[in-house]
Design a protein around this ligand. Structure first.
Ligand SMILES: *[C@@H]1O[C@H](CO)[C@@H](O)[C@H](O)[C@H]1NC(C)=O
Ligand SMILES: *[C@@H]1O[C@H](CO)[C@@H](O)[C@H](O)[C@H]1NC(C)=O
Length: 264
């Protein structure tokens, strides 16, 4: 390509651009064009109005449905929360040393009574503590004398009460939870469990002829003066740790065990 041809080409393009620019100027100043553009805008505006009104209706519809759903969810939540109360899920435990159940709407008192068991000197007697009802139904059907029921007594002043004071007990029912666990050596529950009460681990005298059982006596025990007499029947003593096969630490010689009753 020669220089002349290049110059000619560039000139041609330059002229075309100038003409185009002039044409646009003419078009923008044309009232018909402006009017047509305004009509166009008007149509688009109307279109937007229609769509907006449409959206408003749909939004109101969604709002109504959402509010409906919220009501239903609240209703379901209420019903769901009341399910445990309607099922038969429940756990029963004895609170030793007390006449009342833990104050909680979901724990109810079954009966408040007297701690009892067999005599600590009777070899072969029953080992466990029982919570005897205050309104027993007794019988004269038998005449033998092979087994006895004694009242349980605090056999020291360890619990802040008199030696010989009788041990009350209360049977409680946890309405919404069915698992009951007494943990010897803990005074609080592990995570996820609900504490019913805590206190001190107790059992019979180690040198008694009769076997006994570990029970959890409440931290603030009460005394019963029901039988009054110090019978030395079913004894209640605090429990001391002995290192050896028992790992120390975490246990310690001459330290006593706490206890807690938990439900879940
Ligand atoms: C226990 O129930 C009573 C009466 O129904 C209520 O006023 C109280 O708030 C409830 N307490 C708890 C801890 O739920
Ligand atoms: C058991 O004793 C209670 C009161 O202590 C009495 O109301 C009930 O009738 C007795 N039960 C029977 C079967 O006699």
């Amino acid at each position: 390509m020669t220089t002349t041809m290049v110059v000619l080409c560039i000139s041609f393009i330059f002229i075309q651009v100038l003409i185009g620019h002039a044409e646009k100027r003419i078009l923008l100043n044309d009232p018909d064009v402006i009017l047509s553009q305004m009509h166009d805008l008007e149509r688009k505006y109307q279109d937007i109005l229609v769509k907006y009104s449409d959206l408003s209706i749909k939004y109101s519809d969604v709002s109504t449905k959402y509010s409906d759903l919220a009501t239903k969810t609240a209703d379901l939540t209420t019903k769901y929360n009341s399910i445990p109360l309607k099922t038969s899920a429940s756990g029963v435990f004895v609170r030793w040393g007390r006449k009342d159940c833990p104050s909680d709407n979901n724990t109810e008192l079954v009966y408040s009574g007297f701690g009892g068991g067999s005599h600590q000197s009777h070899t072969g007697a029953a080992a466990e503590f029982v919570c005897l009802p205050p309104d027993p139904n007794l019988t004269t059907k038998f005449t033998s004398s092979f087994s006895y029921m004694y009242g349980a007594e605090y056999d020291s002043t360890d619990f802040g009460l008199h030696d010989g004071d009788d041990l009350p007990c209360v049977v409680c029912r946890r309405k919404t939870q069915s698992s009951v666990l007494m943990i010897p050596g803990k005074n609080s529950c592990y995570s996820g469990w609900t504490e019913q009460y805590h206190g001190y681990l107790a059992t019979g005298y180690y040198a008694s002829k009769a076997a006994s059982q570990y029970i959890c006596v409440d931290e603030h025990p009460e005394a019963l003066r029901a039988g009054e007499r110090n019978d030395d029947g079913k004894w209640v003593h605090s429990v001391k740790a002995v290192c050896g096969s028992l790992p120390c630490p975490p246990y310690h010689n001459n330290m006593y065990l706490t206890c807690v009753v938990c439900t879940k």
